[in-house]
Design a protein around this ligand. Structure first.
Ligand SMILES: NC(=O)c1ccc[n+]([C@@H]2O[C@H](COP(=O)([O-])OP(=O)(O)OC[C@H]3O[C@@H](n4cnc5c(N)ncnc54)[C@H](O)[C@@H]3O)[C@@H](O)[C@H]2O)c1
Length: 250
């Protein structure tokens, strides 16, 4: 009973076909919530939502590319048709071009298509989803938007210039939307992780604690910020980076 923190709350979760987005969806339904899981990977997001639905949780999967506003809007429409409200938006979709596009050139040699991709998926897609849900949240006079930043958006990363620019932009987006939402009880927060073990390669990135985060450690913070317990928190960027930003790390 104690775990029913999100009873009947409705969340849209982007990037929900894998990694932290998928884990957040699982945690959210386990605590009584209902989820619209969305991702560009149709097969994987459908399978992930069906796995939850087969356990009698309220979960639907919808394919959408965050770069295409009509598809983003359709996800918000599905949430309204199926569940009648939108309480939470978690924007996980994104990633660095090095991994997602297998592109390892220096910034000034990147094809401009890769430059566009990095900005569009990580920043424009997040802006689009915020735009698509905010009107409904303001109408409800309640809601929480949780954006994913990164230590790259705070420190800058030479190997991921677009990604750093986009993730830094997400902090500005979060603050601006916190101003917009506050009079209507809509909160907007950002969580900026250091290395998270959604894949083994992240274990190589240095932290003061000498390890990468377990994905659940990041989701615990995110779900707290999305809960009523965090009712006085808005416009804030939370680093969860094992102490990388104490300074002195290579
Ligand atoms: N894992 C880390 O170390 C780490 C660190 C800092 C920040 N982050 C951020 O956390 C978020 C989730 O990371 P993760 O490790 O779970 O990654 P992940 O790769 O497991 O999940 C990202 C998801 O985004 C989806 N996606 C990619 N392009 C899309 C598009 N155009 N439209 C819709 N969906 C799209 C992918 O299909 C994938 O399912 C990302 O925004 C990432 O930048 C991750």
């Amino acid at each position: 009973m104690e775990k029913m923190k999100y009873k009947n709350k409705v969340a849209i979760i982007t990037g929900a076909a894998s990694g932290m987005g998928q884990l957040a969806a699982q945690n959210f339904v386990e605590e009584g919530g209902r989820v619209v899981m969305t991702d560009v990977n149709k097969e994987a997001v459908t399978a992930a939502a069906e796995t939850l639905a087969s356990k009698n949780y309220h979960a639907v999967g919808v394919q959408a590319d965050v770069r295409v506003y009509a598809e983003v809007k359709q996800v918000a429409d599905v949430a309204m048709e199926k569940f009648g409200r939108i309480d939470v938006l978690m924007n996980f979709a994104g990633g660095a071009e090095t991994r997602m596009m297998n592109c390892h050139k220096p910034f000034y040699e990147l094809p401009v298509e890769v430059v566009d991709w990095g900005l569009d998926v990580n920043l424009k897609g997040t802006v689009y989803f915020c735009h698509a849900v905010m009107g409904q949240m303001i109408k409800q006079e309640s809601g929480v938007i949780l954006n994913l930043g990164s230590v790259s958006g705070v420190e800058g990363s030479a190997g991921a210039v677009n990604y750093s620019a986009a993730k830094s932009g997400i902090i500005g987006l979060t603050k601006a939307l916190a101003h917009t939402g506050a009079p209507h009880k809509v909160r907007v927060c950002c969580v900026s992780p250091g290395p998270v073990l959604t894949r083994p390669g992240m274990a190589n990135m240095k932290t003061r604690l000498g390890r990468a985060a377990d994905p659940q450690e990041v989701i615990d913070l995110i779900l707290f910020l999305c809960s009523d317990q965090a009712g006085f928190i808005t416009g804030t960027n939370y680093l969860i980076d094992g102490g990388r930003n104490c300074g002195g790390m290579e």
